[in-house]
Design a protein around this ligand. Structure first.
Ligand SMILES: Nc1ncnc2c1ncn2[C@@H]1O[C@H](COP(=O)(O)OP(=O)(O)O)[C@@H](O)[C@H]1O
Ligand SMILES: O=C(O)[C@H]1O[C@H](OP(=O)(O)O)[C@H](O)[C@@H](O)[C@@H]1O
Ligand SMILES: [Mg+2]
Length: 354
């Protein structure tokens, strides 16, 4: 792209639902996730003389009515908004591509740009708001510097996104980033050999039409300002037999879930969703899961719906095997419990299922 044609770039990245197998993605496991079009982050790149990052009026507040309001906001949402994600995306992009050539075989230009972002992904709800901002920013940079992304390299992009978040000390598995790159519905196998040799898993796009109607339930103001720290990762790394067996069982839920989806066996799918939550509860315990999150699952289950976490907490995904009347009961039960409910809209696939 030459200087004359340099223009405004806008990129979007959707939230995601970890449908089955999460959180085994960070433990050489397997997951099935889908892109959630209900919520998304947008990043805009404008050519400019210098490199600039524009704070978001809501998500990067710098002005408060009182110290009390400032303390409340920090207690609820932490110190950081999205600007650090934009900066980290630029830093990692520069580290990885500084010696690359663009689509015309030339060294990358060094023209400046200004990045800004917006997002409607509810924070701390386990819908991967952080990686959505990062991926949208990286897409802007890849386009602005005309970095060709051959189809064969697509499965390396999720690790690039994760590297950005790890730069900031955000520890996570890969499943969020895979489905944000692939879109649609994706089955992922984070096979140990593949992960250790290539820092990526084996990803298979699936037909989103295989999914039954699903419902997202979330709490608008998750009061768990910071999740109780869990020592599960440390125990797993130390070879804790029980944790490793339970995490392997979580991965098997995704493996069986893939077969259930392909057979359109939704009775088994409901059982697997519930098993996924029960295993998470056994692994992490109620203190880590948080009372509100457990209440969301129990509210869904009270009308016979299957239900599990979408991510690490703050939102759950539910399935009503008995159909529309049960879904009506679900909506009523959740609303009376003070939770928001939406029908899940599956995001577009950028990698087509075979
Ligand atoms: N809505 C948002 N607006 C601004 N920054 C966000 C938002 N969501 C996440 N972030 C950034 O990502 C970091 C990690 O957020 P996290 O709670 O993991 O979100 P999620 O669970 O949705 O990925 C936050 O510390 C913040 O820097
Ligand atoms: O615990 C999980 O299911 C997921 O938690 C994180 O996702 P988030 O949306 O930030 O809660 C993590 O990034 C994923 O790898 C886990 O599967
Ligand atoms: Mg996150």
């Amino acid at each position: 792209m030459d200087a004359e044609s340099a223009r405004r770039i806008e990129q979007r990245a959707y939230a995601r639902v970890g449908f089955l197998g999460n959180p085994s993605d960070a433990y050489f496991g397997k997951t099935i996730s889908f892109s959630l079009a209900n919520f998304y982050a947008t990043v805009v790149l404008e050519p400019s003389p210098t490199i600039r990052f524009l704070p978001h009026a809501v998500h990067d507040p710098c002005e408060f009515g009182s110290l009390q309001q400032m303390a409340d906001r920090i207690r609820g949402e932490g110190y950081y908004g999205g600007v650090r994600l934009l900066m980290a995306a630029c830093k990692v992009f520069f580290d990885v591509f500084k010696h690359a050539v663009d689509g015309k075989g030339n060294s990358l230009h060094d023209r400046g740009f200004t990045l800004s972002y917006d997002t409607n992904i509810p924070r701390q709800t386990g819908l991967s708001g952080s990686s959505a901002i990062v991926w949208a920013a990286l897409k802007c940079l890849l386009e602005y510097f005309d970095i060709p992304t051959k189809q064969a390299q697509v499965d390396g992009l999720p690790s690039l996104i994760l590297r950005v978040e790890e730069e900031l000390g955000i520890t996570a598995g890969l499943q969020d980033r895979v489905v944000q790159v692939y879109g649609g519905l994706v089955y992922m196998d984070f096979d140990k050999t593949s992960m250790e040799s290539q820092k990526k898993g084996i990803y298979t796009a699936m037909d989103p039409e295989l999914l039954p109607p699903l419902y997202l339930i979330y709490c608008k103001n998750p009061s768990d300002s910071g999740k109780v720290h869990s020592d599960v990762r440390k125990k797993w790394l130390l070879g804790d037999k029980r944790i490793r067996e339970l995490m392997a069982d979580v991965a098997q839920v995704a493996e069986k879930g893939r077969a259930s989806l392909l057979d359109r066996d939704y009775v088994s799918l409901a059982t697997l969703m519930d098993r996924n939550f029960d295993l998470r509860r056994q692994i992490f315990g109620d203190d880590v899961l948080g009372d509100i999150n457990i209440k969301m699952v129990e509210t869904a289950r009270s009308v016979g719906a299957a239900c599990k976490f979408t991510g690490s907490g703050g939102a759950v995904v539910a399935f009503c095997p008995k159909g529309r009347l049960q879904a009506k009961d679900l909506m009523e039960a959740c609303e009376s419990a003070g939770f928001s409910v939406e029908v899940c809209k599956i995001g577009p696939a950028s990698v087509k299922h075979t």
